[in-house]
Design a protein around this ligand. Structure first.
Ligand SMILES: NC(=O)c1ccc[n+]([C@@H]2O[C@H](COP(=O)([O-])OP(=O)(O)OC[C@H]3O[C@@H](n4cnc5c(N)ncnc54)[C@H](O)[C@@H]3O)[C@@H](O)[C@H]2O)c1
Length: 414
């Protein structure tokens, strides 16, 4: 180890002496000082040389420069369920990826999986930041040369949004404004925005098309609709390429079993149906509560459109490839076919092999009978169709990951 500090005795012996009013420097000491100066100069030169030869000195990080033939995508919320799957797909397809996430809901374990799969320089970087911090966001945009943004980061539970509406408007609407302003200020020209079928509310007519009126009925759907409106208003006087994807109910996980859905345990009560099924299959909960058996559907339970996350991220890549300056594309991302809650539960029982106790209860206020998409537009314009439409298969894949990750991305336990 090199020490640049001087000890006390050295300091004293090197001091100059005063003789008859003249500063006198002992010549022996003078040469001692000179040799030390030379040594220090040599060491400094050596350090500079070593630094210059280190790959990070001369060449700025590859993330800071645009590179011909490489598309650099900022994935907000990339430590979360859908964002991590999208990052994996982008990396597999040779995109350069920067994940920005505040880890409030996501998992650093998912980022580690991606880093282990793509350790080469210039493929993936993770930046821990909160999108509500506009200074931090601007710094990130000024220090990185993004070509496109996939904006996934959000709080995303309907039930929670009714209890904490301001959190939802802040996290979804206000943070999207921060991202949009940063994109405009730093000349980033492509945005793929994660929206939701919750923006449609309770449409009278099924299936839902992109021109079905958007009348959201909860703060989550309203906050997303407000974010969409901001984006669309901005697009009118901008040359940005914008794609808004309205997802239906997302399920499943990556077929090779490296990523999965691992929400925080405290969010279970707000959770989604697949999480609830897996928790019941594992015995974490006593069983499943199906609310409402008297809807006007074939088996009396609600009907939803379940889209596999592998198909969903494929839609994102297609949207990115087809995004055009000054154009806005709005697409439903669903299978176009509804499945009932009873069908879902049966598929979950088969996929997990578990005896899941099902309790049938009265309707939950605010639930609507049927929600499913018309995916015609996305097929016509992006050449995208859902491929993974077998519920049992999607759930089997997700269950495999769940079984081998009892603690999510935390340390495995027996
Ligand atoms: N999962 C679904 O069924 C579904 C359906 C429709 C739409 N969506 C939308 O898809 C997107 C992703 O959802 P998900 O299911 O992967 O959720 P998720 O909670 O798994 O992931 C969201 C990620 O965003 C991060 N995040 C949240 N607030 C942040 C902030 N202020 N700054 C930085 N990072 C922040 C979280 O830490 C998390 O990693 C959301 O926009 C959601 O509204 C999801």
């Amino acid at each position: 180890m090199l020490s640049f500090g001087r000890n006390r005795s050295q300091a004293r012996s090197n001091r100059s002496m005063s003789l008859g009013g003249m500063d006198y420097v002992d010549p022996k000491r003078k040469s001692n000082v000179a040799s030390k100066l030379i040594l220090a100069a040599c060491l400094t030169a050596l350090c500079i040389l070593m630094l210059k030869q280190s790959p990070s000195f001369n060449t700025p990080s590859v993330f800071t420069v645009r590179e011909e033939g490489v598309t650099h995508v900022l994935v907000t919320g990339g430590a979360g369920y859908i964002g991590s799957h999208a990052s994996l797909r982008l990396l597999k397809d040779s995109y350069r990826v920067t994940i920005v996430d505040n880890l409030s809901r996501g998992n650093i374990g998912a980022v580690k999986v991606l880093q282990e799969l793509f350790p080469e320089p210039g493929r993936l970087q993770f930046i821990y930041a909160d999108l509500g911090d506009s200074k931090a966001v601007n710094r990130i945009f000024s220090e990185n040369a993004f070509d496109a943004v996939m904006h996934f980061a959000a709080v995303a539970y309907v039930g929670e949004s009714t209890m904490e509406p301001l959190r939802y408007y802040h996290n979804i609407t206000s943070n999207t404004l921060v991202v949009l302003e940063a994109m405009a200020a730093h000349g980033v020209k492509t945005l793929i925005y994660s929206s939701t079928c919750a923006t449609y509310g309770e449409p009278e007519k099924m299936p839902i098309t992109e021109i079905t009126p958007q009348v959201p009925i909860n703060p989550y759907g309203k906050a997303k609709k407000m974010a969409e409106d901001m984006i669309l208003d901005f697009s009118r006087n901008s040359d940005m390429a914008i794609m808004v994807l309205r997802y239906f109910n997302v399920i499943g996980s990556e077929p090779e079993g490296r990523l999965g859905e691992a929400p925080r345990p405290e969010l279970r009560e707000h959770g989604r149906i697949s999480g609830a099924c897996f928790d019941a299959a594992r015995g974490i909960t006593t069983g499943l509560k199906v609310k409402g058996t008297d809807y006007s559907t074939p088996d009396g339970t609600c009907i939803r459109d379940y889209i596999d996350v592998t198909d969903l991220v494929d839609a994102h890549v297609k949207a990115l490839q087809k995004a055009q300056p000054k154009k806005v594309g709005i697409y439903n991302v669903g299978t176009g076919k509804g499945k009932s809650v009873k069908e879902f539960v049966e598929a979950c029982k088969k996929a997990t092999g578990a005896k899941i106790k099902v309790e049938f209860l009265p309707r939950r206020p605010g639930d609507y009978a049927e929600v499913y998409s018309d995916p015609t537009k996305i097929k016509l314009e992006l050449n995208w169709t859902a491929q993974h439409t077998d519920l049992e298969e999607s759930l089997s894949i997700a269950w495999r990951w769940q079984k081998s990750h009892i603690n999510g991305y935390g340390s495995p336990s027996s």
